[in-house]
Structures are given as structure tokens and as C-alpha cells.
Write a protein that binds this ligand. Structure first.
Ligand code: HEC
Length: 121
């Protein structure tokens, strides 16, 4: 028990010391700049690169909807489950059709776009 107490104190001291040892630069770097994801800045290029080979206007290869304009993509997020399609682990449901799944950071950007209220720019 005694050894554990000493260990706890040691960990606490190291922890407190590390907190007091930040330089001004560390504090500035550690603060992420809040950004809002927009269709024009972030989302359009992801859709253009991965989806419009089928979801063109008119759509081809059996795709039921177009994803070319801001309105079409916003509508697909709101009414056609676009985010659940790109996030799915079920190959039969996943988009892009037939896979592979988009890199997680791109899925996160589109999910963040919905959280931010689907702004155009
Ligand atoms: C190779 C062609 C192809 C690509 C690439 C593709 N899709 Fe699809 N998509 C389809 C087909 C075919 C369907 C209809 C079959 C189905 O629902 O699984 C579909 C259906 C959908 C639906 C459901 C529409 C509805 O009303 O049911 C959404 C949303 C969707 N795709 C989004 C996307 C997104 C986002 C991408 C890019 C990340 C993408 N798709 C890439 C072919 C494609």
C-alpha cells in the first residue's frame, strides 16, 4: 500500500510539473482554430472525386439521384441517408457503390458539415 501511495505522489508531481512547464508557444499551438465545414470549401471536392462518376446529372450506372449541385447533395444528406451510406460497414449498403470505403477523415468532414448546418459557403 505504501509503495502505491508513493507512486501516486510521484505521478501527481510529474503531472503537475508538466502542466506548469508549458511555454507560450505550446499554449498557442494547442488551441485549434474553430472552422466551419462548407459545401464549396470542403464537401464538393470529396463528392466530385468519389461519387459523380455515377451520381452525375443525369445519374448513370443505376444510381438513383444526382449529386452535382449544392441543393442535390444537401437534399441527399437530409432525405437519402447519404451519411449512413458512406459510414456503413455493410458492403451492400456502402457508398461509393462496391467500395472501398472513403478514408475516415473524409467521412468526418461530411459528418461535420451536417453538424455545422449544411452551409453552402
Ligand atoms: C459506381 C457507381 C456509384 C458510385 C461511385 C457512388 N454511387 Fe451512390 N449509388 C449507386 C447506385 C447504383 C445506387 C442505388 C443502389 C443502392 O441504393 O445501393 C446508389 C445509391 C446512393 C444513395 C441512396 C439514394 C436513395 O435515394 O436511395 C446515396 C445517398 C448515394 N448513393 C450516395 C453516394 C455517395 C455520397 C457517393 C460517393 C461517396 C456515391 N454514392 C458513389 C452508385 C454509385
Amino acid at each position: 500500500m505504501k509503495t502505491i501511495n508513493k507512486l501516486c505522489i510521484l505521478i501527481a508531481v510529474v503531472f503537475i510539473y508538466s502542466c506548469t512547464n508549458n511555454s507560450v508557444d505550446d499554449l498557442i499551438d494547442a488551441t485549434p482554430i474553430p472552422t466551419i465545414v462548407t459545401y464549396n470549401d470542403n464537401v464538393k471536392s470529396i463528392i466530385d472525386n468519389n461519387c459523380i462518376s455515377c451520381h452525375s446529372d443525369p445519374p448513370v450506372n443505376g444510381a438513383p439521384i444526382s449529386l452535382v449541385t449544392f441543393e442535390q447533395v444537401r437534399n441527399a444528406v437530409e432525405n437519402n441517408g447519404l451519411i449512413s451510406r458512406i459510414s456503413s460497414n455493410d458492403q451492400g449498403f456502402l457508398m461509393p457503390f462496391g467500395g472501398p470505403r472513403l478514408p475516415q477523415n473524409l467521412i468526418d468532414i461530411i459528418t461535420q458539415w451536417e453538424t455545422d448546418g449544411l452551409p453552402e459557403d
